[in-house]
Design a protein around this ligand. Structure first.
Ligand code: ZN
Ligand code: ZN
Ligand code: ZN
Length: 295
């Protein structure tokens, strides 16, 4: 089995966004943890975190998790809602106390921005590391296929930002394939080519849906803004249809939208039925998907 646990499902600000008086945040604040979304992060099985973000500490408390088995951190990119190298420092020895003779090594995988910032928290390129080093760094580029423990990861170029090479990842484990499809604008030829070159069939597809169901829920009186480098429910639906048309997904594939921004009112009670009606699932903090092993 492969377990995918959604630790956080919001865009950069969180939901409700602190200090934000917009109607969606005001309503969500009144509903407490039931409505809240923390910053985007996944725990895969018990040993792989996808995006070690600013809420990792709080997420392990809310979800009652034991993160001691985590050995691998896989980053999509280095934006601060996904990546907090200083927080990684806090989970390493000597901030974390280990019994005598035990050495805990964490493996961090990401693009050049991720790796450079990992060096600043004492990370060492894996090729030069010794048994004493605590944080081992592996640079990833689009097109790479990399073995990470029992996982096989194929990285694709996200369509997200000019400032770094943000990555999407296909994670394969126990015969299952998961596409981590955020943060990104609607897929372009480079992403489709990467998916075709990979050529498998996806069991689980996670998609950036920062703009939820569009601009209908934008707070009144505010200038409307389109978030470049992100998607909405219409984009997610179009990608779902294209993945099915290309045979990269089938009727068993689950499509999950996530990374929702507060001003589009991503209250789980409001958007759950809306996504279900489109054949998509709206992620929420604490959602767990178990994929039965196929191997
Ligand atoms: Zn983000
Ligand atoms: Zn707000
Ligand atoms: Zn981003």
């Amino acid at each position: 089995m492969t377990r995918v646990h959604f630790l956080g499902t919001s865009a950069a600000e969180g939901f409700p966004a602190p200090f934000c008086p917009c109607p969606p945040c005001t309503r969500a604040r009144a509903d407490g943890l039931r409505a809240a979304r923390s910053r985007q992060s996944l725990l895969i099985n018990d040993d792989l975190i996808v995006d070690f973000g600013p809420d990792t500490y709080a997420q392990q408390i809310w979800r009652g998790l034991n993160l001691l088995p985590v050995r691998y951190i896989l980053q999509t990119h280095a934006h601060r809602d996904h990546y907090c190298p200083d927080e990684i420092r806090n989970v390493l020895h000597p901030k974390a106390i280990l019994p005598p003779g035990h050495r805990r090594q964490l493996y961090l995988y990401g693009n050049a921005a991720v790796i450079n910032q990992g060096k600043a928290v004492d990370g060492i390129p894996a090729s030069q590391a010794t048994a004493n080093d605590r944080l081992l760094l592996h640079l990833l580029a689009p097109g790479d296929t990399t073995n990470i423990g029992s996982y096989r990861v194929t990285s694709l170029p996200a369509r997200h930002t000019q400032s770094e090479t943000a990555l999407l990842h296909i994670i394969e484990n126990r015969g299952n394939a998961i596409l981590v499809g955020y943060d990104s604008q609607i897929f372009d030829d480079a992403i489709w080519t990467g998916l075709e070159n990979w050529g498998g069939r996806l069991d689980l597809v996670l998609l950036d849906c920062t703009m939820v169901d569009g601009l209908d829920h934008w707070p009144e009186g505010l200038e409307r803004v389109v978030f470049k480098g992100h998607m909405s429910i219409d984009d997610n639906t179009a990608i779902r249809d294209e993945l099915l048309a290309r045979g990269l997904a089938d009727h068993k594939t689950q499509f999950i939208s996530t990374h929702f921004a507060h001003m589009f009112d991503p209250h789980p009670d409001r958007i759950g039925p809306l996504f279900t009606a489109r054949g998509l699932i709206a992620a929420y903090d604490g959602l767990v998907i178990d994929l039965p092993a196929k191997d």
